[in-house]
Design a protein around this ligand. Structure first.
Ligand code: PXG
Length: 469
C-alpha cells in the first residue's frame, strides 16, 4: 500500500487530544470555556455517511458535516484530483489578466448547470465571502446604471448568510448582530416565513402571502429607488430548516419583478442537489439574478464558493474595474476538486436519486415522527428536514425555558445515540449526505425517536414540559 493510501490510524488518546484542543484551539460558534471542561468529540475518519471518533465509536452524520458533504465521505477520486492539481499548478491567481484551466472549466460547468442566463461566476473561498461579493456587486451594478442611491439590501430575520461583517449583516441572527457592531449600514430585515412559530391563526398559505408582502411594504417604505436587492435562502438552513409555505416564493418573485429589485438566492445549502434539483431556486420556480454557492460545490472536500451572476448584471459590471477579489478566488486545487465533485453528482445521477427516491422516502418516514408527544411538526423538503419540539402540539407552544434549553438536551441524546442531529433553538434539524440510503434513513429515524423518548423522560423529570405563558 502506498503511503498516500495508508490510513492515519495512530493518534494520541482522546483525553490528550481534548486537552491540547482546549489549550490552543478557538472553536467557531462555541462557548470555549464550557467546551474546555467537557472536551470536544474528536472525529478521526469518515466513510460514506458515517463518522468515526477518536474512541472508535461510529456515528451517522445527519448533517453532512456542516451541510456540505453532499457526495458523502471517502471519495478518493477527489483526493486524486487534488494531488494531481497540486503537482501541476498548486496556485495561481486570477487577478491581473491571467487565468488557469480549473477556474475556466469550473466557471463554464456552473454556467451550464445554473438555470436561465446565470452564465458568469465570481469565485470566493466560501459562502460568507461570496455574499460580501454580492453586497458590493449589486450596489456597484446600480451605481453603474446611474442609480447610485439604489443601495439598500433587504434580508430576513433568522436568515444565515455567513459570518463576515457583510454577510452576517445580511443574516438576521440577533445573537450575531449583538457582537461586533452589526448590521453594517444599508441592510434591513423583514420577518421570516416560519409558520409554526409565527403563523398564529393564519393558514400556512395566507401566512406565506403576508410574510412576502412585508417585502413589498418595506420597498414602499424605503422607496424602490433606494432598494438594490432582496436576498434569501430558498429554504432557511441554519435558521432551523424553515420550509416556506408554497404561496411565499411566487409572491416574492412577483414583488421583485414589479419593483425592479435584484433577487439573490443564497444557495449555499440548497445548491447541488439538496432539494432534488441542482439548485433550490429550480425547485421553487424562481430565476434569481445572482446565486450564492459554496459547501456542496466541492462537497466540502476543498474550501470554495462563489456567485453565479446573470448576463445583465455581469455585462454592466464588466464596463469598468470591479475593485474586489480574494487571493483564493478560483483556487486551482479547490476548483479541480469541485469539478470532480460535479462530475460524480452528474454521472451517478445523485440529484435525480434524491428527487425520485430518497427525498420521498425521507418525507414519509420523517412525517411518522409527528406522532411523538414532543413533536409539533416534522417536515422535510428534499434532504433537509426538521422537527419542532413543543410542550403543547395543538397550541404550537414554545417551552417556558430559555429557547434552546430543550433542543440542546435532545441534541445531547442524539449524540449519545450516535446520531449527529443538530438543534436550532428548540428545533431539530438534519441534512444528511445525498448518497444516504433508505436503510440508513430508517436508522436515522429510529435513533431520532429514541433520542426524543429520552428527551421526553428528562423533560418530565426536570419539570420542563411547561409552555411559555
Ligand atoms: N449562506 C448560507 C445559506 C449558509 O448556510 C453561508 C452562507 C456562509 O458560508 P461559509 O462557507 O462562509 O460558512 C452559510 C453557512 C449552522 C451553520 O450552524 C451554517 C453555516 C455555517 C456555519 C454554521 O448551521 N452555513
Amino acid at each position: 500500500m502506498s503511503s498516500l493510501a495508508a490510513p492515519i490510524a495512530n493518534h494520541p488518546p482522546t483525553a490528550e487530544l481534548q486537552a491540547r484542543d482546549a489549550a490552543h484551539h478557538m472553536h467557531p460558534f462555541t462557548a470555549n470555556g464550557e467546551l474546555a471542561e467537557k472536551g470536544a468529540r474528536i472525529i478521526t475518519r469518515a466513510e460514506g455517511v458515517r463518522l468515526t471518533d477518536s474512541d472508535g465509536v461510529e456515528l451517522i452524520d445527519g448533517m453532512s458535516g456542516l451541510w456540505c458533504v453532499n457526495i458523502g465521505y471517502g471519495r478518493h477520486e477527489l483526493a486524486d484530483v487534488a494531488a494531481r492539481q497540486m503537482r501541476e499548478l498548486p496556485y495561481y491567481n486570477t487577478f491581473f489578466q491571467t487565468s488557469h484551466v480549473p477556474a475556466i472549466a469550473l466557471a463554464e460547468k456552473l454556467a451550464a448547470l445554473a438555470p436561465g442566463d446565470l452564465n458568469h461566476v465570481f469565485f470566493a473561498s466560501g459562502g460568507s465571502e461570496a455574499n460580501d461579493t454580492n453586497i458590493r456587486m449589486v450596489r456597484h451594478y446600480w451605481a453603474r446604471k446611474g442609480q447610485p442611491e439604489k443601495q439598500v439590501i433587504i434580508a430576513r430575520r433568522n436568515a444565515y448568510h455567513g459570518s463576515s461583517m457583510g454577510s452576517a449583516s445580511l443574516g438576521g441572527m440577533a445573537a450575531m448582530h449583538a457582537q461586533g457592531g452589526m448590521p453594517i449600514p444599508g441592510i434591513v430585515h423583514i420577518d421570516q416565513p416560519n409558520w409554526f412559530l409565527e403563523g398564529g391563526d393564519m393558514t400556512p398559505e395566507a401566512f406565506g402571502i403576508e410574510r412576502a408582502r412585508q417585502l413589498e411594504a418595506k420597498i414602499a417604505e424605503l422607496g424602490a429607488d433606494k432598494v438594490a436587492a432582496f436576498i434569501a435562502e430558498p429554504v432557511q438552513g441554519a435558521g432551523g430548516v424553515i420550509i416556506p409555505p408554497e404561496s411565499y416564493w411566487p409572491e416574492i418573485k412577483r414583488i421583485c419583478a414589479e419593483h425592479d429589485i435584484l433577487l439573490i438566492a443564497d444557495e449555499v445549502i440548497t445548491g447541488f442537489g439538496r432539494l432534488g434539483h441542482w439548485f433550490g431556486s429550480q425547485s421553487y420556480g424562481i430565476q434569481p439574478h445572482i446565486m450564492t454557492i459554496a459547501k456542496g460545490l466541492s462537497s466540502g472536500y476543498a474550501p470554495i464558493g462563489g456567485s453565479i451572476v446573470c448576463d445583465e448584471v455581469a455585462e454592466v459590471i464588466a464596463g469598468d474595474e470591479f475593485n474586489h477579489g480574494y487571493t483564493y478566488s478560483g483556487h486551482p486545487v479547490a476548483a479541480a476538486v469541485a469539478l470532480e465533485n460535479l462530475r460524480i453528482i452528474e454521472e451517478e445521477g445523485i440529484v435525480e436519486r434524491v428527487r425520485d427516491h430518497t427525498a420521498p422516502y425521507l418525507a414519509q418516514v420523517w412525517a411518522g415522527l409527528a406522532d411523538h408527544p414532543l413533536v409539533g411538526e416534522a417536515v422535510s423538503r428534499g434532504l433537509m428536514a426538521s422537527i419542532a419540539l413543543t410542550p403543547d402540539k395543538a397550541a404550537r407552544a414554545r417551552f417556558a425555558s430559555d429557547p434552546g434549553t430543550v433542543g440542546y438536551i435532545c441534541r445531547e441524546r442524539c449524540f449519545a445515540n450516535n446520531l449527529v442531529m443538530r438543534h436550532v433553538a428548540d428545533r431539530m434539524i438534519i441534512a444528511p449526505p445525498l448518497v444516504i440510503t433508505p436503510a440508513d434513513l430508517d436508522e436515522v429515524v429510529s435513533r431520532a425517536r429514541k433520542a426524543l423518548d429520552e428527551t421526553h423522560d428528562i423533560l418530565s423529570e426536570r419539570g420542563l414540559m411547561q409552555a411559555a405563558a
